[in-house]
Design a protein around this ligand. Sequence first.
Ligand code: PMP
Length: 434
Amino acid sequence: TPEKISDEEIIDFRKEHLGKSLSLSYSEPLHIVRGEGVYLIDSDGKKYIDTANNVNHVGHQHPKVVAAGQQQMAVLNTNTRYLHKEIINYAEALLKKLPKELSVLHFVNSGSEANELALRMAKTVTGQENMLAIEVGYHGNTNAVMDVSSYKFDGKGGFPQPANTHILPLPDIFRGKHCGKNAGTEYANYATRHIEHLRGMDKGIAGFIGESMISCGGQIVPPKNYFKKVYKTVREAGGICIADEVQTGFGRMGKTFWAFELFDVVPDIVTMGKPAGNGHPLAVVACTKEISEKFHTGMEFFNTFGGNPVSCAIGRTVLEVIEEENLQQNALETGAFLKSGLLQLQKESPIIGDVRGEGLFLGFELTDNNKNPLAEHAAYLSDRMKTLGVLMSTDGPDYNVLKIKPPVVFNKEHAQELIDKLRIVFGEDFMKAY
Ligand code: PMP
């Protein structure tokens, strides 16, 4: 490729030679060449605050994480069939962050692979096939995880809901089926109904998979007692409870290191990904000793890249940086500051129907006075914010939710800048007409 390649040339090449189903953000895509802390920098040198990327958790291109990868890459990278100390160092550091029940780790390379393995464990251990999952959940791009990702059952691309998957309604207390004070129990009761229905056909369940806060579903915070009840029902039916912490883990919640801890539950399996390697492909499955033993049927589990010394050095360093820079506490404090700013904006701009979330995992929803979703306004807002130098992402079943999940080095100044720029856009005519 020539020294300087134009945006048009990149777009044309992608169209011709990269998979047609890849997408680009924004109608005028960004050409990003560098990352630094909470910033992404484009080919013209323009800096954008990144409020959407929960992968580069401790900041884009964090020097300590970069150095850890570079150093280990220069020495050795190989698979787990040799003894190496880095896998032990990382495992020990990660286990310190997990409840003692979750004492066995498996290393893989992506959130999809982590969930794929978790599902295989649940199916192997129980000898069952049927899974419960949450509406609008997304768990990855491989066959088995697509089968439990109701986000993909929307008719686009004609991917149907498999017969072995049973979907629980999105536990949304703003615009969902149940919004009252009994919503947690009402939503959890769908698990009971599905299990009873299956029992009527002489079938059991392998388990339940759910994010502890539902991200693609639109930053949904389930009612406090929801998971306790679902887990109890699933376990009584012999199923395994899987918490997908791919988006929510590693201190982002502020109050807790994992989102499931906010709900006072301990899953049987926890899957982790995105932030684990700060952008390097690293993902993990944590499970109980009992599951790990039952999963060991005699067949080897081998993963060429999973658990390699470079990935483990990077993963360990990410955990160190979270501690050294007090990033969980930052998520708590900056998150609270930002949430109160958003609640103030909501008072000024009634188009903000709901503000929700914990720590630096926040969202707000754009609706009219009858709670109808305003997707075009969400798209307009995200485009205008881009022009103002802030990258935001929209999601939710009706594409009207703005998701805020920046690198956790996002501080109060960044939060104030975000609020100030949102205020500018909310003041524009387009945002007032609905
Ligand atoms: N689980 C959740 C909750 C996710 O958001 C994603 C990715 N968006 C995945 C799993 C899949 O992870 P990956 O893209 O690394 O395979």
